[in-house]
Design a protein around this ligand. Structure first.
Ligand code: GLU
Length: 435
């Protein structure tokens, strides 16, 4: 396709649309809608986010200055239950990204069979640049400002990139102080002491492990001795490295914003986690450990010849630029949206299976749901019980996606969209259109 053909603007070859998270999400949706044969009415009902809230939050800094933080909450769809999804604190947060993440939450909850819809929140901020007291005021202000959109039966936030259990604790407290009702189910991913669930912190990674185990079982592979590279060393990346190593894999590379670290004999994941913890959460200078080499370019962590690649950082990491250089035998997506739509095509053609984000990292929201259930009935379950329920839910979700992929001859990603979107459409139709 050619664009622009005036003397001032010579014809240019069309390559690919600009990569935006919602652009990718939208192309994924359209393809799934095509596979499902959705009608225009069905598409109209489930494609776009239903509610978009944007706010400018004034927060007092420790030095007395007032800073304004741009904040978002997007509720994509609530046909199957109250909206659910994390809140991201990151300098690159924008409405396009939050909308894509909210859409993926809708499908993620449906694929996992959780009776909830999809939402996502975000604040444009580098949390590492704020003090603890500033982070507390920002977390509280976020909930206070958007309070009418939240609630256990409305929309239930949780942690995401840049947020953690402590922040959820402040958010829950703010919600309770405003509503004057003790409602821990308003927020999930809280500290254990105030109604958090056992197993929630590791849940996204444990779900990823269960998915990889199920994939191995169904395809006749053995995880023991398999090599792993992990991009990102936040909650999902560090826990995935830890759990895969504990399951007998050899984690040969890890990375974070400070760089990528490689040891062909295997990284000591526990030591790396200890190093990061003692080093303001980052792996910087980890190459000083015996046998560890720092890669020239952190992005090369994605191109190592490993059995399992776990992208667990941010969106759009594997694009048309590097997809052809991926040498992993399996990709298990810890992050949301790490592979662009066009890169997906390249990986499909290369025969590299991808366990997609909306299935692979859904353990986080699944245990959030189990936390919400426990809060509502006022009972607490052991970690064993939570992990057992998680495994059952993940296995069921994996099987549904895997079988749909086999049956229809499509990728696991497309199969996950097909399974999830069909459930959302059916729920919408069963409810009917009000007024
Ligand atoms: N932020 C996580 C996700 O995107 C968890 C969301 C939740 O627990 O609601 O899946």
């Amino acid at each position: 396709m050619l664009t622009g053909n005036t003397p001032e603007q010579p014809a240019r070859l069309y390559t690919e649309p600009p990569i935006t998270a919602f652009g990718n999400a939208s192309r994924q949706f359209d393809q799934a809608a095509h596979v499902l044969g959705l009608t225009d009415n069905q598409i109209a009902i489930v494609k776009l986010p239903r509610l978009i809230v944007q706010a400018n939050l004034p927060v007092k800094m420790d030095d007395g200055r007032i800073r304004i933080f741009q904040a978002f909450r997007v509720q994509h769809n609530k046909a199957r239950g109250p909206a659910k999804g994390g809140i991201r604190f990151h300098p690159d947060v924008n409405l396009d990204e939050v909308s894509a993440l909210a859409f993926w939450m809708t499908v993620k909850c449906a694929v996992a069979g959780i009776p909830m819809g999809g939402a996502k929140g975000g604040v444009v901020v580098d949390p590492a640049g704020l003090s603890v007291t500033e982070l507390e005021r920002l977390s509280r202000r976020y909930v206070a400002e958007l309070i009418e959109f939240f609630g256990p039966d409305v929309d239930v936030p949780a942690p995401d990139v840049g947020t953690n259990a402590q922040m959820m604790g402040w958010m829950m407290d703010t919600y309770i102080m405003h509503t004057r009702r003790y409602t821990p189910a308003a927020i999930t991913g809280k500290p254990l002491e105030i109604g958090g669930s056992a197993g929630r912190e590791a849940a996204a990674a444990r779900g990823l492990l269960f998915n990889v185990q199920r994939w191995a079982q169904r395809t006749g592979h053995h995880l023991r001795g398999m090599t792993v590279a992990v991009q990102g060393f936040g909650n999902v990346g560090s826990w995935s490295a830890r759990l895969l190593a504990a399951d007998g894999c050899r984690v040969v590379a890890i990375s974070d914003i400070s760089g990528a670290y490689y040891n062909p004999d295997g990284i000591d994941v526990e030591a790396a986690i200890g190093h990061a913890r003692a080093n303001r959460g980052i792996l910087a200078s980890y190459e000083t450990k015996p046998g560890v080499k720092k890669l020239d370019d952190a992005m090369h962590v994605l191109e190592l010849p490993v059995d399992i690649l776990v992208p667990a950082a941010l969106e759009n990491q594997i694009t048309v630029k590097n997809a052809g250089r991926i040498r992993a035998r399996l990709i298990a997506e810890g992050a949301d949206g790490p592979i662009t739509y066009d890169a997906d095509e390249i990986l499909n053609q290369a025969g590299i299976p991808v366990i997609p984000d909306i299935l692979c990292n859904s353990g986080g929201v699944t245990v959030s749901y189990l936390e919400w259930v426990q809060n509502r009935i006022g009972l607490f379950w052991s970690e064993e019980r939570v992990n057992r329920d998680l495994e059952e839910i993940m296995d069921r979700a994996f099987d549904a996606v895997y079988e749909t992929a086999q049956h229809r001859g499509i990728s696991m990603r497309m199969a996950a969209f097909v399974v999830g979107i069909e459930l959302v459409v059916r729920a919408s139709e069963a409810r009917g259109l009000y007024a």
